[in-house]
Design a protein around this ligand. Structure first.
Ligand code: CA
Length: 223
């Protein structure tokens, strides 16, 4: 799950980045409104955290530009404490949620999880497909035959992304876009290795190869 964090407070981004990574997000950071607006379109992130007080271009204008251009990525805005009008403006401009500064990291993570879930149409922290269950909060998977499986960070991100979009065919490039961060080694051939690891965990038929197109989860039992 790719998360774009647009925030000019370096201390805050330094503190948040490792926590967001631990929570399973591939994190990209922009420290001004102009780069942030560009990356919000260019990177096609799954979630955006947007500070409203930004150099270059104010956060509200960035959000309005995205929405006017049809960018529907879920956005959580960070507002100044007690600035209720900022929250109203943020929601009117198309934000999905807001959080006043300073905040507890646990609350940010819970809200991001909830925003992502609403957007993905999930009702709980658990994704489920063909008997495989993924608890996205505890980052733990259970195979169809009931084995609890420990996933590496990349395996978790990959499985979550596939299970959030179970009917789509994904190219290796798209998968690596959503699983890796910008500065990480991004060899899309490595994706094959991770796909095969997931097959070892969940059965070789769990993920289908669409020749020349990419990968797709096997159809659900009722389809
Ligand atoms: Ca700021």
């Amino acid at each position: 799950m790719k998360l774009l964090l647009i925030e000019d407070d370096r201390q805050l981004t330094d503190a948040l980045q490792p926590l967001l990574r631990d929570a399973g997000y591939a994190v990209e950071i922009a420290d001004n409104g102009i780069d942030g607006e560009f990356l919000g379109n260019e990177l096609a992130p799954d979630l955006i955290v947007l500070d409203l007080g930004l150099p270059g271009k104010p956060g509200l204008d960035v959000l309005r530009s995205w929405r006017a251009a049809g960018n529907r990525t879920p956005v959580l805005v960070l507002t100044a404490r007690d600035a209720w009008h900022e929250r109203v403006d943020g929601l009117k401009a198309g934000a999905d949620d807001y959080l006043g500064k300073p905040f507890h990291t646990a609350e940010l993570l819970a809200r991001l999880e909830a925003v992502g879930r609403r957007h993905g149409g999930q009702a709980s922290n658990e994704l489920s497909w063909r008997g495989v269950k993924l608890d996205t909060e505890r980052q733990q998977a259970t195979s169809a035959d009931g084995r609890v499986i420990d996933l590496t960070a990349i395996e978790f991100r990959l499985l979550r992304y596939l299970m959030q979009h179970p009917r789509e065919v994904h190219s290796k490039t798209r998968l690596s876009d959503h699983v890796y961060e910008e500065e990480q080694q991004r060899d899309s051939n490595v994706m094959e290795v991770y796909i095969n690891r997931l097959r070892q965990h969940f059965g070789k038929d769990f993920i289908l190869t669409r020749r020349g197109q990419g990968y797709q989860l096997a159809p659900g039992e009722t389809e």
